[in-house]
Design a protein around this ligand. Structure first.
Ligand code: ADP
Ligand code: ASP
Ligand code: MG
Length: 815
């Protein structure tokens, strides 16, 4: 004989019930079955709500009742032929009338006792089991119905009654000894006290009903049919990458379910464990999937961690004070107080000094517990020997579970460093003596991030998920997204980096998708987004609180550069091609670098100098390896280089600058390039990265531009002024020709001083042959004394800048 239990979603409506009937009919061909069913999905919640409303004098309980009635009548009508419906429909109506009488009673009395509550909640299973039993009889004549209340007897601890196994087992065995039916359908969750009062086995308790029956009857199997493919490595609703666990021991399954894996009600394992009956967890909606097999075997596979779970709505209560030390019995008293109030303690840690003890309980018990504990220790509190207890609500316990964890070192270290790297603050830690479980208490808002990063670390072959929030999708941004789209698979396969773009924003719109934006048609998605709002963007990023979040700034906007601090403080990395932050006051630059270190959030800006060329990374490596940069000579403006390489007797200065803009080689405001500010910012950043302290106004900027051009306030006026001053630029050009030199805008740092300006470069100089929009940097260091370290290549352009940003993102992925 087998016991099959079908959960709420499996029997949510007629359509699902048909799947259940097919599974049952199929299995019934081979052996006798007991089929235990839950209430239709959400019905128990609705019953609870209706009864609470009724007791509170809120008449809307009637609407809920009507909804409950309709759901059941609809299902029945679809499952039973019309010719046979009438007596069944009136039976349902009778049950609902009875329920209505009870709810009316609560309404009139303004009261809901736990005893009445259990009776009201029992209607969910009574209705579902009746309908399913009748529907089954349509196909399988040799099937029947049995009310679990007649077989499962409990004490009268309403809400979560304790089963009397002696009495129940005997009743169950007796009944089935004389029952000839191939299938017996029974309601889960409900039972009765010895004197016949309705009780329930606790929320989620239908699993337990099935296990009690399986245990009493020595069933060959207990099958729990639910809405997922088994017990997963983590809750699949929260961790998308979670996988079903094929085999797991009773102990591990028990530990996982105790620590929040809702797929199995924790007490379920006890009755079957004693008899060594395996539990199979199966998916009603995918019966071919293997599911999870729970038995007494311990499988020593390579991964000692079997699963990761969590329990939310936890409160941590800490009792501390010198009065606790050496006084035996403090903890005994504490636990007695809680036990007297029926409060379940989920988590305990005690400092070895005995100075403090810390317990985790449900939020819903917190107020009662606080009052009771403070009362029990009133005398010590008055004498200042113990502090009034400290209560921290809205926390969450996360736990790693695995039988084999005890044989592996370093798992807790790995767990805590993973959490630490993701800036998840750990409030308390406990490791069971069995070492089957390591648990930590964290803030509720970090749960998703914590579960996902732990899952990634322990189960996903070191694949690292990076979550990008991209602001600015102009020329460079567009190329950046194109490159990600193209490389996504390569990164996953070869670098084990799973790159996802979670948000995109331009100046008009912003769009978020927590599951990753499809990069095929991102422009369309962005258009459908909400209006761009920087503050809201930041809030969303914080709220989502995803692991390995990276804010990517592809704007040239000062106000965006001021947001970095907020991100870094939240352990969100910043990658930027926007130079403003790093070229702002030295203290601000330093502060950002410090925050990056403090909050373990990378702050990378390789593209601030030389677009995609690895210039900053090289300086960093020189400095880190103990070298010292003494002198820098560089042509750092791809735009100015392009301009002076193309400016000759055939092209006016005006036209060349215009063309540079069209090709995307200048900043949106070309004055920033032509004034030399952009170059000054770049050399400043290199100087700072080399370890020197300098401010932008300490850099001598010898401008070649007429003041009138620089004073213009619009691009239009600026270009006009270039035409007006055409002769000025021609003179410069002619001077260069006469000196057989080429014009280069050079940045220089030496002896602690820096300058930028247009220079006449003679033929024999390494800068002379710098073509197109190339950049060149010469580093003279303690190690590179005569022959400088030279980096040269395209230093402007959307594609190379995008690839520089991309490289920074990958650097983060490789950390
Ligand atoms: P039923 O109504 O069938 O009893 P439950 O809702 O009680 O179903 O349990 C199944 C749900 O448990 C899943 O849909 C899933 O959201 C949740 N769950 C939590 N942790 C796990 C886990 N580790 N493995 C599988 N499911 C889990
Ligand atoms: N219907 C009950 C509940 O929702 C029992 C169960 O589904 O297992 O808690
Ligand atoms: Mg359940």
């Amino acid at each position: 004989m087998k016991v099959l239990k079908f959960g709420g979603t499996s029997v949510a409506n007629a359509q699902n019930i048909k799947l259940v009937l097919a599974i049952v009919s199929d299995k019934a061909r081979e052996e006798k079955l007991i089929v235990v069913v839950s209430a239709f999905s959400k019905i128990t919640d609705l019953l609870q709500l209706a009864s609470q409303k009724a007791a509170a004098g809120d008449e809307s309980f009637k609407d809920i009742l009507a909804e409950i009635e309709k759901k059941h009548l609809d299902a029945l009508k679809e499952l039973i032929p019309v010719s046979e419906q009438s007596s069944l429909l009136s039976h349902i109506k009778r049950i609902v009338n009875h329920l209505e009488t009870l709810l009316d009673g609560c309404y009139l009395l303004g009261e809901l006792s736990s005893r009445t509550s259990d009776t009201i909640l029992s209607f969910g299973e009574l209705l579902s089991s009746y309908i399913i039993a009748e529907a089954l009889k349509q196909n399988l004549k040799n099937s029947s119905y049995k009310d679990s209340r007649e077989l499962i007897k409990t004490n009268n601890h309403f809400g979560k009654a304790i089963v009397n196994f002696d009495v129940s087992n005997e009743l169950i065995v007796d009944f089935f000894a004389s029952n000839e039916n191939q299938v017996v359908v029974m309601p889960g969750f409900i039972a009765a006290s010895l004197d016949g009062i309705n009780t329930t086995l606790g929320r989620g308790g239908s699993d337990y009903t099935a296990a009690i029956l399986a245990g009493a009857l020595d069933a060959s199997d207990l099958e729990i049919w639910t809405d997922v493919n088994g017990m997963f490595t983590a809750n699949p609703k929260i961790v998308k990458q979670a996988q079903p666990i094929a085999y797991i021991s009773y102990q591990e399954a028990m530990e996982l379910s105790h620590f929040g894996a809702k797929v199995l009600y924790p007490p379920t394992i006890q009755p079957v464990l004693r008899k060594n009956i395996p539990i199979l967890i199966k998916n009603t909606f995918e019966p071919a999937a293997e599911g999870t097999y729970i038995s007494n075997q311990v499988f020593t596979q390579s991964n000692p961690v079997k699963g990761i779970t969590h329990i939310d709505a936890i409160t941590l209560i800490t009792l501390e004070g010198s009065g606790m030390i050496g006084v035996s019995g403090s903890s005994k008293r504490l636990f007695e107080v809680l036990s007297n109030k029926n409060i379940n303690v989920i988590f305990i840690t005690q400092a070895s000094s005995e100075h403090s003890i810390c317990i985790g309980i449900l939020n819903s018990d917190a107020d009662v517990a606080e009052e009771a504990i403070n009362k029990a220790f009133e005398v010590e509190i008055l004498q200042n020997k113990i502090e009034p207890c400290i209560v921290e609500k809205n926390l969450c316990i996360i736990a790693l579970v695995g039988e084999n964890m005890k044989n592996h070192q370093g798992l807790s270290g790995r767990m805590f460093s993973t959490l630490g790297k993701n800036n998840v603050n750990i409030r308390a830690i406990a490791q069971g003596a069995s070492e089957r479980n390591i648990s930590a208490v964290i803030n509720e808002r970090d749960v998703k991030k914590a579960l996902n990063s732990l899952h990634e670390n322990f189960f996903e072959e070191n694949t690292k998920q990076l979550n990008l929030f991209v602001m600015g999708v102009g020329n460079v941004g567009e190329k950046f997204i194109e490159q990600i789209h193209q490389q996504k698979k390569f990164l996953k396969d070869n670098l084990k980096i799973n790159l996802r773009v979670i948000a995109l924003s331009n100046s008009r719109k912003m769009y978020f998708d927590e599951d990753g934006i499809s990069l095929k048609d991102w422009q369309f998605a962005l258009e459908t987004g909400e209006l761009a709002d920087k503050e809201q963007f930041i809030n969303n990023v914080k709220q989502l609180n995803l692991r390995n979040s990276i804010f990517v700034d592809i704007t040239a906007n000062e106000s965006v550069s001021k947001t970095y601090e907020q991100f870094l403080k939240r352990n969100i990395a910043v990658v930027t091609c926007n130079k403003i932050a790093c070229a702002s006051e030295y203290d601000n630059y330093k502060k950002l670098k410090k925050l990056s270190q403090q909050f373990n959030a990378p702050f990378l800006f390789e593209t601030n100098v030389g677009a995609g060329l690895p210039i900053i990374d090289t300086v960093k490596n020189l400095v880190a390896s103990g070298d010292k940069v003494n002198k820098i000579q560089a042509v750092l403006s791809g735009s100015l280089n392009f301009i002076f390489n193309n400016f000759d007797e055939n092209n006016t200065f005006h036209n060349v600058v215009k063309e540079a803009g069209v090709q995307g080689f200048t900043e949106p405001d070309p004055k920033i390039d032509l004034s030399g500010i952009d170059v000054a910012r770049k050399i400043l950043i290199l100087i700072r990265e080399s370890g020197y302290k300098m401010e932008i106004d300490e850099i001598t900027n010898e401008s070649f531009m007429p003041a009138e051009c620089l004073d213009t306030t619009s691009n239009e006026a600026f270009f006009e002024s270039l035409q007006t001053h055409a002769a000025h630029f021609e003179t410069i050009y002619k001077e260069a020709l006469s000196k057989e030199s080429r014009l280069k805008y050079v940045a220089q740092f030496e002896n602690g001083k820096a300058n930028v300006g247009l220079r006449f470069i003679p033929k024999d100089h390494p800068f002379y042959n710098l073509e197109g929009k190339d950049n060149i940097v010469l580093f003279f260091t303690d190690r590179y004394v005569d022959q400088p370290l030279l980096i040269k290549g395209a230093g402007a352009g959307a594609a190379v800048t995008a690839s520089g940003i991309f490289a920074d993102v990958i650097r983060i992925g490789n950390i």
